[in-house]
Design a protein around this ligand. Structure first.
Ligand code: DC
Length: 221
């Protein structure tokens, strides 16, 4: 079984994916975390998104893996980077690296190979449209910008990362813009995706709604 969850930044995709993985006993893969790890890799080497030659040269040396479990542990070339990929600097740059086709090609291959090992729930921007067009079920999550900004603010503050409402909101809007308008695999709402607006749903309600759709789909299919 493959469950694809797509949507804008800070819509609660990873929370839903994690909850569903736990409930269904399957693996959660946060594909956004993989793009974040790529961003950290190039930022550390001072290679900017417009330096395509530098990106091409260094891409073969990039190794990312996700260790499934309670939290999705992200490894970058042997180091655990689960926390450091949430820093503001990564938020500021990640969409610019995620636009680059060479980077996307490498990560999409990795994502597909991860799903060969068993059932997965994967969240991101192009999971239903590009990575797994034949997914068992596709969800498209949305929420209003105020809710999303407050969620991201709470997430950052809980980690002790200082953040201001307007700056976080501007970052989300900018990333939405880039993610939805890039040439390679833009964020789109697939025709066969189930849309869940979770602005007014709490985490438990959201999980219930999704589980009901999954039960329906897997009984029929
Ligand atoms: O879900 P997130 O905020 O951690 O994702 C970080 C960035 O990675 C996001 O701005 C767009 C990019 N991304 C992508 O292009 N494709 C995916 N499948 C997942 C994330």
């Amino acid at each position: 079984m493959i469950i694809a969850i797509d949507g804008h930044s800070a819509c609660g995709k990873s929370t839903l994916a994690k909850d569903l993985a736990k409930e269904l006993g399957i693996t959660h893969i946060d594909s956004g975390a993989m793009y974040r790890a790529v961003t950290l890799y190039f930022r550390k080497r001072n290679i900017f998104p417009n330096d395509l030659e530098g990106i091409r040269k260094n891409l073969p040396g990039l190794e990312i893996s996700i260790v499934p479990g309670e939290t999705c542990t992200v490894m970058l070339n042997g180091d655990v980077v689960t926390e450091s990929i949430r820093a503001s600097d990564i938020n500021d740059w990640v969409s610019d690296y995620a636009k680059i086709p060479e980077i996307r090609k490498k990560l999409v291959e990795l994502q597909r190979s991860m799903a060969k090992r068993g059932s997965v729930v994967m969240d991101g921007r192009d999971i239903g449209s590009v990575v797994f067009p034949n997914a068992t079920i596709k969800f498209f999550l949305t929420a209003d910008i105020r809710t999303r900004t407050n969620r991201r603010l709470a997430e950052l503050r809980a980690k002790g990362i200082p953040a201001a409402y307007e700056a976080v909101k501007a970052n989300l809007i900018r990333r939405d813009q880039i993610d939805s308008n890039r040439e390679d695999s833009p964020l789109i709402q697939c025709e066969d995706a189930i849309v869940i607006d979770n602005s007014k749903l709490d985490v438990a309600d959201q999980q219930d709604v999704a589980l009901r759709y999954i039960a329906e789909r897997t009984q029929i299919g």
